[in-house]
Design a binder for this molecule. Structure first.
Ligand SMILES: Cc1ncc(COP(=O)(O)O)c(C=O)c1O
Length: 460
């Protein structure tokens, strides 16, 4: 089959996500390597979003490929009535590498959404069981138990029914009205666009509102958990303002709620630590990992801290999935973790991140269309605005499917500069594979500089 043919075939038969299908025109890929996608028509494209933030270690990393090849020869998948070495080692490693006592338990699944489903169900079961005498499941109907989940508007946790229901972003609207009951949304804490207060008081004001909201929702007798992306991802790469996560931990302790952190996008070294939550002095109750965890395999994890996990010693963990604990995926994830936790890897991400940040601040100074430059590690965005003084956005958060100048810029970067960035964001994303070199960063920054000239002309 000629190379063009399979791209046409895919355009004909594949349902592209989050899109009207007319006009779908994928580029045929011949091979991938490092940060680059080589197309069948001879182009070499830099993947500045790390394949939907999954390929943190770049394409075709030899250590991961080796580990996968070795695993392929022995065992690929058995059920959890059997044990495999990589699955066991991965669970142990995650239990030790995430904050808090290592006596945790890990549930494996295949996507961020599935891992979120397990987290929500796990939190609700935990609250049900701990609301019952002696943590024992009861034959008696016991409803309502503390079942509500507090999430935030500018959040995305996945496309399955449960995960969409706890996602505040407008993609949730495709599932309404059949979303899960018992989800309450709060505004995100955003220092650039504080929903309450100003940049100085944003933490206090948001936490004050959350405290009020939890009380109004019935407190610990009605609410099970608060769910947050440690750094807001697809809704704008918004790091938490100073003191916010620590304050949220205190709030959860005060109300006896579980704190679930979704590290699907921010885990596996993306922010310069294995997990973004390690930048803050807190221990979450449940950690969700996905995307880059499996390196090249669909492997996600829901990691339950000791006090949550111990409830399931006697009470049933009423959840499960085919392919959970997939040995091949676990082998890839283990090899990926070895690379990320290897000597100097995360320090290099931090160093490169500082370099990237300083270059992005320079771009912000030069280009009036840039309202804000923000990020951590190699997880950055330039938010574009129509007016820097008023911060008028290129689109509202509720106008998810309105094409903007960002769509135009993404088209320009792909066609003219061979740089692939998402076109549906509030600005330009700079989320390269973590193995990127400084020279490669310079290449993309030069391309972005040119794209911002275009944005300046369009917006200002
Ligand atoms: C923070 C976060 N959580 C969960 C998900 C869902 O992951 P998946 O697409 O693997 O289901 C995403 C996907 O973008 C995400 O960004």
């Amino acid at each position: 089959m000629s190379e063009r043919d399979f791209a046409t075939l895919q355009a004909t038969y594949l349902m592209q996500c989050w899109s009207a299908q007319k006009g779908y025109a994928p580029l045929g890929v011949e091979r991938t390597e490092g940060c680059w996608i080589h197309t069948t028509d001879g182009r070499k494209i830099f993947d500045l979003r790390s394949a939907h933030e999954c390929i943190n270690l770049g394409f075709n990393h030899p250590r991961i490929l080796d580990a996968m090849r070795r695993q392929l020869e022995s065992v690929i998948y058995v059920t959890d009535d059997f044990a495999t070495e990589p699955t066991a080692l991965l669970a142990e490693k995650l239990a030790h590498l995430t904050p808090g006592s290592p006596n945790k338990k890990v549930f494996f699944s295949q996507s961020g959404a599935a891992a979120i489903e397990a987290a929500i169900k796990g939190a609700r079961m935990y609250k049900t069981y701990t609301s019952l005498k002696g943590n024992q499941p009861s034959e008696d109907p016991f409803y309502p138990y503390p079942y509500k989940i507090v999430s935030r508007y500018r959040s995305w946790h996945g496309a399955t029914a449960g995960a969409t229901s706890v996602s505040g972003d407008p993609r949730r609207w495709f599932a309404e009205p059949f979303t899960l009951p018992g989800v309450v949304f709060a505004p995100e804490a955003n220092a650039y666009r504080p929903p309450f207060g100003d940049a100085q008081t944003v933490t206090e004001a948001n936490l004050g509102y959350l405290d009020y909201l939890i009380e109004q929702e019935g407190g610990s007798s009605r609410v099970a958990a608060v769910l947050v992306e440690t750094v807001v991802g697809s809704n704008g790469i918004i790091p938490p303002p100073t003191g916010y996560l620590e304050g949220l931990r205190d709030l959860c302790d005060k109300w006896e709620l579980l704190l679930i952190v979704d590290e699907t996008m921010t885990g596996m070294g993306r922010t310069g630590k294995l997990l973004a939550v390690e930048h803050y002095d807190i221990e979450p109750d449940i950690v969700v990992m996905g995307k880059a965890l499996g390196a090249y395999c669909p492997t996600a994890a829901t990691i339950f801290s000791e006090h949550v996990a111990s409830v399931f010693d006697e009470a049933i963990f009423g959840h499960g999935q085919s392919y959970s604990g997939h040995a091949l995926g676990a082998a890839a994830a283990l090899a990926g973790l070895e690379v990320v936790m290897g000597e100097g890897f995360l320090e290099r991400v931090q160093t490169l991140g500082r370099y990237l940040g300083s270059r992005l601040f320079e771009l912000k100074e030069r280009h009036p269309s840039v309202g804000d430059a923000r990020g951590m590690g190699l997880f950055w965005t330039l938010e574009l605005v129509k007016d820097r003084a008023t911060k008028e956005p290129v689109r509202k958060a509720t106008e998810k499917y309105h094409p903007t100048v960002v769509t135009e810029i993404a088209g320009y970067l792909l066609k003219e500069k061979n740089v692939y960035v998402p076109g549906d964001k509030f600005g330009i994303w700079i989320v390269p594979p973590l193995i990127v070199s400084e020279a490669e960063l310079d290449f993309v920054l030069e391309a972005i500089d040119g794209a911002l000239d275009l944005a300046d002309r369009r917006l200002i």
